[in-house]
Design a protein around this ligand. Structure first.
Ligand code: ZN
Ligand code: ZN
Length: 410
C-alpha cells in the first residue's frame, strides 16, 4: 500500500485551481515539510501549466527543527530569520500567491523544553507579523492543503505499521479534500455552492441567538449585531476568489461576547499545543466562562482561558453536519484544520472581522459584540445527538439542526 498517485495529483490540481485559483503570470510561494516533496512537485507542475510566473518552494524538516532544541546556543531562541519574512511580505505586496502544505507531526515539539519553544514561537511571531498581516487581512489568494507525513500518520494510527498508517491517512485526506472523483474541480464548485446557500439562508433568518441542546449541553449563543455568515470560497482583496482551507465543511459567524449563557460539553478531545484536553464541560454566564472542568488536561484548559479577558469569551460559532466526510471517518486527526471541520464548534478568543456586514472598524466590531483576544482556539460541541434552534429577535424559534443534520433544505 502506498499513497495513490492519481489522487495525489488531483489534490495538487485542487490546490492550484480551487484553493488558490492561481492566475496567469502570478508567482507562487510554497512552504512544505520535506516529506511532502511528491506533492510539492505535482503542485509545481499544475501551477506552471496554469501559467504561473515563478514557483518558489521553501522546505522544512523536523530533524533540523529538533537539532536546534538539542544543540543551539541559548540566544538562538530569541531570534528568527527576519529577512525571510520581510521577503515574504514583499512578495505578497507584488501579488504573489501563498500555498502551505501542512502535515508535520502534531506532537513534534512535545519533548523539547517548553520555555525554549515559547521563546522561539514569540521571536517567530514577531518576525512573521508583516507577512502574516497580509494573509490575515486576505490581501492575496492563499491556500493550505495537507500531506500524509509518516510522523503525523503514526500519531493518528498508533497501532498500525507505518506504511499502512500513511495509506490510511492519505485516504482520509483525499476523501476530506473531495478528490476521490474524476472531476474534483466540479465537486468543489458544487460544495462551495451548497456552503454559500447555507450562509444566504442563515443571513436571511437574521437570528438573534442559537440554542444548542444535547447530552450535557444546554447553551444559548447570542450572535453579534450585524453578524454575517461565512463559508466556502471567498474573494481576496486582490479580487481573486479562492478556498483558503482545504478541507472546509463549516459555515461560521461571530457570537456576541456578552450574550452566551448555559452549559456545554465537548464532543471530542481538544488537542492543544501537545496536550489532549478531554471531556471539557464549561458554564457560561453573561458571555464569560464561570466554570471549566476537564477529565484530563484541566490545568492547560484553565491556563488557556486565563490568557486574557477575551480568552474566556467566544469569537466564533460554526455549523458542520454530522454526515460531513471528516466526521464520517471517525478519526481524531490532532490537526485543527481537520478536527474543527468534523463537528459544530465554538472558539474561545478572537473573532473574525469578515463575519460582519459592511466593513466595520475595530471599535465598531467591539460595540457590536465582537470579541478580541490573543488566542483563537476551536473546540467541538456537535454530534448526532445535538439539536440547534435559531431564535429570532421576536422570540420565534426555527429548527436549524436536528440530530446533527441540517433541518431545512436550501
Ligand atoms: Zn471554525
Ligand atoms: Zn476557528
Amino acid at each position: 500500500m502506498a499513497i495513490d498517485p492519481v489522487k495525489l495529483d488531483r489534490l495538487a490540481q485542487v490546490a492550484v485551481k480551487v484553493g488558490l485559483n492561481l492566475q496567469e503570470g502570478q508567482d507562487l510561494l510554497l512552504t512544505a515539510p520535506a516529506e511532502a516533496l511528491p506533492l510539492v512537485r505535482r503542485i509545481a507542475a499544475h501551477a506552471y501549466a496554469a501559467g504561473a510566473g515563478v514557483v518558489t518552494p521553501i522546505l522544512s524538516d523536523p530533524q533540523v527543527t529538533l537539532a536546534r532544541y538539542a544543540h543551539a546556543r541559548d540566544e538562538s531562541f530569541d531570534s528568527a530569520p527576519d529577512w525571510l519574512f520581510e521577503g515574504m511580505a514583499k512578495a505578497f505586496d507584488a501579488n504573489t500567491a501563498r500555498l502551505a502544505i501542512a502535515g508535520d507531526d502534531p506532537l513534534m515539539l512535545s519533548s523539547a523544553d517548553p520555555a525554549k519553544v515559547a521563546r522561539a514561537n514569540r521571536a517567530q511571531s514577531r518576525a512573521y507579523k508583516p507577512a502574516l498581516k497580509k494573509i490575515a487581512g486576505f490581501d492575496i489568494n492563499w491556500n493550505i492543503v495537507s500531506y500524509p507525513n509518516p510522523d503525523w500518520a503514526r500519531r493518528v494510527f498508533p497501532d498500525l505499521p507505518e506504511e499502512e498508517a500513511v495509506a490510511r491517512l492519505a485516504d482520509a485526506i483525499f476523501a476530506a479534500s473531495r478528490v476521490e472523483g474524476d472531476d474534483p474541480v466540479a465537486a468543489w464548485a458544487t460544495h462551495n455552492a451548497q456552503l454559500h446557500a447555507r450562509c444566504a439562508w442563515l443571513d436571511g433568518q437574521a437570528f438573534r441567538s442559537l440554542h444548542f441542546t444535547g447530552p450535557g449541553t444546554d447553551l444559548t449563543v447570542g450572535l453579534a449585531d450585524g453578524h454575517r455568515w461565512q463559508g466556502g470560497a471567498s474573494v481576496a482583496r486582490n479580487g481573486i476568489t479562492c478556498n483558503p482551507n482545504i478541507p472546509t465543511e463549516e459555515v461560521f459567524t461571530t457570537p456576541h461576547a456578552l450574550r452566551v449563557d448555559g452549559h456545554v460539553s465537548a464532543t471530542k478531545p481538544l488537542s492543544h499545543q501537545g496536550t489532549l484536553i478531554e471531556d471539557i464541560r464549561v458554564t457560561f454566564a453573561g458571555g464569560a466562562i464561570t466554570e471549566a472542568h476537564a477529565s484530563r488536561g484541566q490545568d492547560v484548559l484553565r491556563q488557556l482561558i486565563d490568557t486574557d479577558d477575551g480568552a474566556r469569551r467566544l469569537g466564533e460559532v460554526a455549523l458542520v453536519p454530522h454526515s460531513s466526510p471528516i466526521s464520517a471517518s471517525g478519526l481524531l486527526f490532532l490537526n485543527t484544520l481537520y478536527d474543527e471541520n468534523a463537528a459544530c464548534h465554538i472558539a474561545l478568543g478572537q473573532c473574525y472581522a469578515k463575519c460582519f456586514h459592511g466593513d466595520p472598524t475595530p471599535e465598531q466590531i467591539q460595540a457590536q459584540g465582537g470579541n478580541s483576544s490573543l488566542i483563537h482556539v476551536d473546540w467541538m460541541i456537535g454530534s448526532d445527538q445535538v439539536d440547534i434552534d435559531g431564535i429570532k429577535p421576536d422570540g420565534e424559534r426555527v429548527a436549524v439542526f436536528r440530530k446533527g443534520e441540517w433541518a431545512q433544505a436550501v
